[in-house]
Design a protein. Structure first.
Length: 186
């Protein structure tokens, strides 16, 4: 009888140990699930920040293009004013502006203005392309962060689900082992 009681006590201890192990594993998995949920939230927040950065890059590009437009308009006004002043000065001196060095001078100024206008158009297009490219890169990073957040959410869900199952399976195994131990003893 003492042997049966000793075996029963051992079975109860084994069941208690199994329960404690199950609780420790469940607590550990729940902590891992909370960590995964925090990582998912961080990744989602970072994705939002990258989307905002993409929007800001586009806005900066538009501001830069407007600045370049204003430079172009100012350069055109300056050229028109200088050309008119030169034509007026040449005409007041009775210089024929239809041919010769006076015409060459006016045409040279027009060519320089054309080069400035071409450089301005190039800079305008470049500013737009750079803004679009920065926005595309930020949106790609945001998409990657959203995918990462989804992965962390799935991991957290799995850990939460399996944490609930650990306690039941280990406790059941411990009780079954204790029960078989008790049945074997005469």
């Amino acid at each position: 009888m003492k042997a049966v009681l000793a075996l029963g006590a051992m079975a109860v201890m084994a069941a208690g140990q199994a329960f404690m192990q199950a609780e420790q594993q469940r607590a550990q998995q729940q902590a891992q699930a909370r960590a995964a949920e925090a990582q998912a939230q961080t990744a989602a927040d970072n994705a939002i920040a990258m989307q905002q950065q993409a929007d800001l890059a586009l806005q900066k590009g538009e501001v830069e293009k407007r600045r370049i437009d204003m430079e172009r308009d100012k350069a055109s006004r300056d050229y028109q004013a200088q050309a008119a002043a030169r034509r007026s000065l040449l005409a007041s001196g009775n210089v024929d502006i239809a041919s010769g060095s006076a015409a060459d001078s006016l045409l040279g100024n027009a060519a320089l203005h054309g080069e400035d206008a071409a450089a301005n158009r190039y800079n305008w297009a470049l500013a737009g392309w750079q803004a679009d490219e920065r926005a595309r890169q930020a949106r790609r990073q945001a998409d990657a962060l959203n995918a990462q957040a989804t992965g962390y959410k799935r991991q957290a869900s799995w850990l939460n689900t399996s944490a609930g199952n650990i306690g039941n399976s280990l406790l059941s195994a411990g009780l079954a082992g204790a029960g078989s131990l008790i049945r074997r003893t005469p």
